[in-house]
Design a binder for this molecule. Structure first.
Ligand SMILES: [Ca+2]
Ligand SMILES: [Ca+2]
Length: 296
């Protein structure tokens, strides 16, 4: 009997230990569980307000941007419409929140091509006021250019470099777009013949993708024989301040002018051509680097 009693105690002890171990593991594991908060940038939204309209009468459509709390420093956006059906009735106006109008298609050009390009930058003095919630990026006023009752759309390019949104954390923000639906000269009797209007497939001008010149890998500086005292290696002073295109030690309007001159072009000139992030292309990322380092 004493033999079985001992084994009973032993088994009980082992069981107890196992339970304790299991509970302990659970306790340890629970707080470790990651919150999956490491979310990257969220998709900003481009859309028109109103999202559908009947023309005539002449109607203003607001090109809206919802940054979803990400402070915006730079926006490039394009839109297409069928100029045989719609015409802009006045010049495009843009938001005062992004005061640097880098590019804006003039009315005659837009009404000929049916293609609108808008490129806006945050002014350096507006850095604390970077728009982070829903705002009207641009105002487009359309009138009918056709007498036929027809449905048409104002569309965004599907993907590619035609749209770029950069925030103050230098994120290239992903985006979603929704077109505007325009009912031209709607007939009073709503004979709902849903003729699918062929959307004006505006041939997007294929921007030549920059030839990715391999960025020279910095050769590791030969570390001297390990000395006993771990001296802090002084960080090598960069040759130039980020955003300083002309290398005069200042980040100012001259550097902005150099950026504008080289905007939307491939380059291998680095800082001298305002390619501050060294990706061999001059775009909104470089603009934001200039902006973040601008000295009044
Ligand atoms: Ca400079
Ligand atoms: Ca660049």
């Amino acid at each position: 009997m004493k033999f079985s009693r001992a084994s009973l105690i032993q088994t009980g002890l082992v069981f107890f230990l196992l339970v304790a171990l299991f509970a302990g593991l659970k306790l340890i594991r629970q707080p470790v569980r990651p919150d999956s908060k490491a979310s990257g940038p969220t998709s900003v939204q481009f859309y028109f307000s109103p999202s559908s309209a009947s023309i005539p009468p002449t109607t203003q459509l607001d090109l809206m941007l919802n940054p979803l709390l990400q402070p915006i420093s730079f926006v490039r956006v394009e839109a297409y419409f069928d100029p045989s059906l719609l015409q802009l009735s006045q010049e495009i106006t843009t938001t005062p929140l992004l005061r640097y109008v880098i590019q804006k298609t003039p009315l005659p050009e837009a009404n000929t091509s049916g293609h609108i390009i808008i490129v806006l930058g945050l002014a350096p003095e507006d850095r604390p006021l970077a728009p982070a919630s829903l705002f009207s990026l641009a105002q487009l006023t359309f009138q009918s250019a056709s007498a036929q009752p027809i449905q048409t759309q104002i569309t965004f390019p599907l993907s590619g470099p035609q749209i770029q949104v950069v925030d103050l954390s230098l994120n290239d923000l992903p985006y979603t777009t929704s077109p505007a639906i325009i009912n031209l000269n709607p007939t009073p009797t709503p004979t709902a013949i849903p003729t699918s209007t062929p959307t004006p497939t505006a041939t997007p001008t294929a921007t030549p993708s920059p030839i990715p010149t391999p960025t020279s890998i910095p050769s590791p500086t030969p570390t001297p024989a390990p000395t006993a005292t771990p001296t802090l290696t002084p960080t090598p002073t960069p040759a130039r301040i980020p955003g300083d295109a002309n290398g005069d030690g200042l980040v100012d309007g001259i550097d902005y002018t150099i950026w504008v001159t080289n905007y939307d072009q491939p380059t291998t000139q680095g800082y001298s051509a305002a390619d501050f992030n060294g990706d061999n292309y001059v775009d909104g990322q470089d603009y934001t680097i200039w902006l973040l380092n601008y000295q009044a």
